[in-house]
Ligand binder design. Structure first.
Ligand code: SAM
Length: 203
């Protein structure tokens, strides 16, 4: 099975799944920030896949730039996005290792950055954090160093402390570091070490 075939199956299985809690929390936190003065908000959804998180942000009234290397991801996301939400959706087929991350209120990256090797991972992480102004947020799901993929040299599963240390300009509003013996979305057994975070830039 090619990588594209693998991801195509992943999109079929996940297209109707709900958004991750990280992005749902970020949407709620921005809604609280905006309670007095409404803002038009813009998010970049990295490694968007079939678009579960993008659709939650679009539904909340956000503009979204959804980026994935797989054309099949963008096709699935666009097909699954209700017509009335499409004007607020931009898409880009691009590699996270090199893509520019434009300035935005929120960078969302669910389970995609681990698929970068260490050098591009840390370079991209720097661009992700740099895209967010004071008051903006990142909502991220990573694999930690005890994940079943940690020994794969084409992936990056950093120790949670290393991620936390990189967030010195941010207030960490949500942090979960957990392990679970379960299955991937495609039913393969996997030891997950998940690091979930939402953080707001404060300086
Ligand atoms: C596990 S899926 C997660 C998809 C989506 N964020 C979700 O949570 O349902 C990982 C996604 O990252 C994308 N991806 C992996 N490596 C990438 C890269 N180097 N550049 C762009 N996208 C990449 C894959 O194509 C896939 O759609």
């Amino acid at each position: 099975m090619t990588e594209s075939d693998y991801w195509a199956r992943y999109y079929t299985v996940t297209v109707d799944r709900p958004a991750w809690e990280t992005v749902r929390l970020a949407i709620r936190l921005f809604a609280a920030d905006d309670a007095q003065h409404s803002h038009s908000r813009f998010a970049v959804d990295l490694g968007c896949g079939a678009g579960r998180d993008s659709r939650a942000m679009l539904t909340a009234g956000w503009r979204v730039l959804a980026i994935d290397r797989e054309p099949g991801a963008i096709e699935t996301l666009e097909a699954a996005t209700p017509m009335q939400l499409r004007p607020a959706l931009d898409t880009q087929v691009a590699d996270l290792a090199t893509v520019d991350v434009p300035a935005c209120d929120l960078v969302n990256a669910s389970l995609c950055l681990p698929f970068l090797a260490p050098e591009p991972f840390w370079q991209t992480w720097k661009r992700v954090l740099g895209a967010v102004p004071v008051g903006g947020r990142v909502a991220v799901m990573l694999f930690g160093d005890r994940d079943g993929s940690a020994s794969d040299p084409s992936m990056t599963c950093p120790p949670p402390d290393m991620v936390r240390a990189s967030l010195s300009s941010f207030e960490v509003e949500h942090w979960i570091d957990r392990e679970e013996e379960t299955q991937t979305a495609l039913g393969e057994p996997h030891h997950f070490h998940l690091v979930e975070l939402v953080a707001r830039r404060i300086e």
